[in-house]
Ligand binder design. Structure first.
Ligand code: ADP
Length: 315
């Protein structure tokens, strides 16, 4: 079962801006899903469509088999969305905000869960202040608590940890991991790609409103992330046109004082040997050899940069 099935979703804003084009992706139930893309890619537009604050121009979405655009009430009870902007009554306390939110979802009071949320989001000390007195970071945490208060099956977090310090971010992620392990599907956008790589088992990358890739993180990192063999020579190399042509299969480039040769796939040892022998034949035995594997950030930058230059070339 998929938590979400997004089919051919498009969005054209009133001013003619095409923010999403024919985006289709599946979010498996129980997954920890990273929706990534550079600024302006269309991530918030997609999340706002899911949250019903923006209307899709085309396409359909189903949540746990129910049509999102047709069965809003059913879907809303099973979704918790953390928006980027804050909208509480400034005179309510965090505890009141959480209690009322449960009521709005038609659920009976659950003080134990409210207490747990306040504690896990490090708001217990501030539970009785009015929200106007809370810092920006505390208000963001309250938004996360609010999205979780009705125990949704799917939690959608738009940059949940923006501006949150490292230690607290770690604790928040631990909590998200626990929720995920207990069966909650989590979809998030984040600029912290290292954290996304560590936490998420599914990923989609969008750029300029279009889906570039989606699927399991493992498959992406296995199939798309490349490895480089980095060779250091006693005397720094300068690549002639002839050198470049002879090693063209391995995209030779100089990185600092090293010659780096790229393999298409991660960790296939026979390929390393082929590359190493090719370099050795041309430049002799290197003084030092190391291997560099692309991480998610490298892959992300490469995929989104290629798309950018392709679309520029395409006009
Ligand atoms: P992201 O969240 O990935 O940064 P957004 O979904 O916010 O991207 O924006 C996608 C594109 O749509 C951007 O070019 C943005 O300027 C544009 N956009 C967003 N909201 C509106 C709006 N209300 N009206 C017109 N254009 C918008």
């Amino acid at each position: 079962m998929n938590a979400l099935e997004i089919k051919n979703v498009g969005k054209v804003y009133g001013n003619g801006k095409v923010a999403l084009q024919d985006v289709s992706l599946l979010v498996p139930e129980g997954s920890f899903f990273a929706l990534l893309g550079p600024n302006g890619a269309g991530k918030s537009t997609l999340i706002n469509i899911l949250a019903d604050t923006v209307h899709a121009s085309s396409g359909s979405v189903s949540l746990l088999g129910h049509e999102l655009f047709l069965e809003r009430a059913w879907c809303k009870r099973r979704m918790g969305v953390v928006p980027q902007e804050i909208a509480f009554d400034p005179f309510f306390s965090p505890r009141e905000v959480l209690k009322f939110s449960r009521g709005m979802y038609g659920q009976k009071a659950d003080d134990a869960w409210v207490d747990e949320l306040l504690e896990r989001l490090e708001l217990s000390e501030h539970a009785h202040k009015i929200t106007r007195q809370l810092s920006g970071g505390m208000r963001r945490r309250l938004l996360v608590a609010q999205a979780l208060v009705h125990r949704p099956k799917l939690v959608i977090l738009d940059e949940p940890t923006a501006g949150v310090d490292v230690e607290l971010r770690k604790r928040l992620w631990d909590f998200m991991r626990e929720l995920n392990a207990a069966g909650t599907t989590i979809l998030l956008t984040t600029h912290y790609l290292e954290e996304a790589e560590e936490l998420c088992d599914q990923i989609a990358i969008i750029n300029q409103g279009k889906l570039i890739t989606s699927g399991s993180m493992k498959a992406l990192m296995g199939e798309v992330a490349s490895s480089s063999l980095c060779l250091q020579y006693a005397k720094p190399l300068q690549l002639s046109e002839e050198d470049k042509a002879s090693l063209a299969d391995f995209s030779p480039h100089i990185c600092g004082d090293k010659l780096c040769l790229t393999l298409n796939k991660r960790g296939i040892s026979s390929d390393f040997d082929v590359v190493y022998q090719a370099a050795k034949q041309r430049f002799g035995t290197p003084a030092d050899v190391s291997i560099r594997q692309e991480d998610l950030e490298d892959v992300f930058l490469r995929l989104t940069a290629t798309e950018q230059s392709n679309s520029e070339q395409g006009g």
